[in-house]
Design a protein around this ligand. Sequence first.
Ligand code: CUA
Length: 162
Amino acid sequence: MDPHTIERFEKGWMLLAATLVLVLIGVTLSNVVQAAVPAVDMHHHTLKSVNPQDLSSTPFATPGLKQNEMGQYELYMLAQAFMFNPPVVKVPAGKPIQLFVTSTDVVHGLQIENTNINIEVIPGVVGQVTYTFKKPGVYRVGCNEYCGVGHQSMMTQLIVEE
Ligand code: CUA
C-alpha cells in the first residue's frame, strides 16, 4: 500500500472511533439528564413539592390510601424519624397504586421488599411511583437511608389484600 492509502485507512478508523466516543458521550449525557428528572406520572397528579413544615393543605395531612375522582388508588405516606405514617397500610392486589411519599424531617429511604420500589425520600420533595401488587401478602417496608439512631427500626408493613 502506498502511504496515502494507509493514511486514508487510518482516517477512516479515527473517524469511526471519534463517532463512537461521541455516541457514548451522548448516551451518558441523556442518562444523566433522565436521572436528574424525577419520575413523575404526568397523566394526572403533579404534586411534586410540598412545604415539609406545613402539610395541612396537602393529602399528606391525612396519610393513607385514597381514591381519586377517577377511582384510581393513591397512597400517601410520610417518612419521619423513625417511622412511616400510616404505620400499616392495606392496598388491593391487582390495581395500580400511585404511591406518594415525602419526609417531614431528614432524608429517608423507602424500599418495599419483593418489588423494585426504592425511593429516596427528601423533605419538601414528593417521591412518586406507580406499582401494581400482583400477589397478596405482607410486604415489608424499610428505610434504607441512614437517618439517625432509630434508622434500624424504621420499618413497617404493607398488606396487599385480594
Ligand atoms: Cu429513616 Cu433510615
